[in-house]
Write a protein that binds this ligand. Sequence first.
Ligand code: 4AD
Ligand code: MG
Length: 509
Amino acid sequence: MSVDQINIEHLPQHIGKSVTLKGWVSNKREGKGIAFIVLRDGTGYCQCVVTGDNSGLEQLETAQSTSLETSVIIQGLVKSDEKQIGGVEVEVSEITLVGNSVDYPISKKEHGVEFLMDKRHLWLRSSRQWAIMRIRNTIIFSIHKYFQEQGFVQMDAPIFTGNACEGTSTLFETDFYGAPAYLSQSGQLYGEAMAMAMGKIYTFGPTFRAEKSKTRRHLSEFWMIEPEMAFYDIFQNMDTIEGMLQAVVKDVLKQCKPELEQIGRDTEALESSLKAFPRMTYDEAVAIIKGEKTVNGKRSIDLLEEDLKNAENRLTEIDAEIKDREEQIAAGGMKKGQINFFTNKINQLKQEKADVEEDLRNIPQWLSSAKNFEYGNDFGGSDETVLTKLFDCPVMVYDWPHEVKAFYLKRNPEDTRFARGVDVLAPEGYGEIVGGGERETNVEQLVEKIKEHELPMEAFEWYLDLRRYGSVPHSGFGLGLERVVAWVCKLKHVREAIPFPRMYGRLTP
Ligand code: 4AD
Ligand code: MG
């Protein structure tokens, strides 16, 4: 009998029918005369039941012979079952092995993150990574949809470049037919040229930064979306950033419910980002960081001190609970199931303890860098954390001291100490997810800045041409895809936001 091959995500539309599923065993439990396989096919998960009675002994033996990640083809009857994932269960009539999987290295037990990164090619199959990649996919599609609907043209900037865009310190040098070339840090300068041809464009491509920093925000290779708009000023730029980020959050909330649930993401925190993002100048942001200005009656410094106290109390609680549970296990007389439950709980507590200890190390540093912040400096990660603590949605900081920002930013005509850059900082400690601004159109000003930044003038002649022939006010920004994925999914590190991360100390797999 030939039956339709379908995706697991579509099973609820096939209740009462026989179907064919093709996928991998992601979990298996066995009882007397029965085996339960949780099958995954990339579109979802479903429980498949194999019994000696319904499926026949031969099928039961085949099911029993499978192990984690064995690939199989299953035929069976779809039944409604509210208790199961996806609200369905498949009663198996036939199971066929496709590929064996002996001693799959990733088990249910806790693995260290370095081990998992070494096994990234397999780790991608696990449910949490699957959910993150599905959300990443939704974000990518949502960004394209937003710009296409707004009449932007997608264009690609080159990856081999002859000059730096974001400063020379983070360039990856490579060989281009015997001449030095650099992997692109940003497509922006080309984006500006393309905007003068097309009006509104966006690039979507990989960018490279040779940053020898092992932070949770830095990748050496990341994907950047860079829109550039002719005749837009910095305020229209901010409207576009807000519109795009809100479209992304809305689409993820609407289309990724199972994935968000799978990773345990608090969706209320995301819903908060659907209101207007606060916009403030650098000066206002600095006053907030230093605790000189309150937000809704709250001071940054007070909040941090409160967090510190809470973390200290929580640490005492965790230690007491771990001790108590360990003593209960040691006292004996517990059933195996209960010991497992207690051990799992202890492991969870230890995980939380590590996080709280990290907070206890970080908060005093944040406090001291907030109190001692020197006016005129760029924000570091800790300044961003302090500032965003007071908000539950992204905030936009604009008009930065021109000395700390890129050469191409336009000066505020009303106060030339400031450049019309804008950084968007995400809440919950994520910090900068977007950087952009209005571009300088004055050739003399640009020439002066290029010299000041010690960039090779001849490499920028073509860029200056954009100002020589029909120059117009224009703006744009760059959105770091992995930073956004990390924030939307509330990941601890951007390395989980990209299939195969490239970062300082990691080139394989
Ligand atoms: O702020 P950045 O350096 O801005 C630019 O490159 C501009 N040329 C963009 C433009 O206006 N067209 O980078 C933009 C964004 C950051 O806000 C951050 O989200 C991300 O790119 N980003 C990184 N993401 C991961 N790892 C890194 N090392 C990153 N560096 C920047
Ligand atoms: Mg930046």
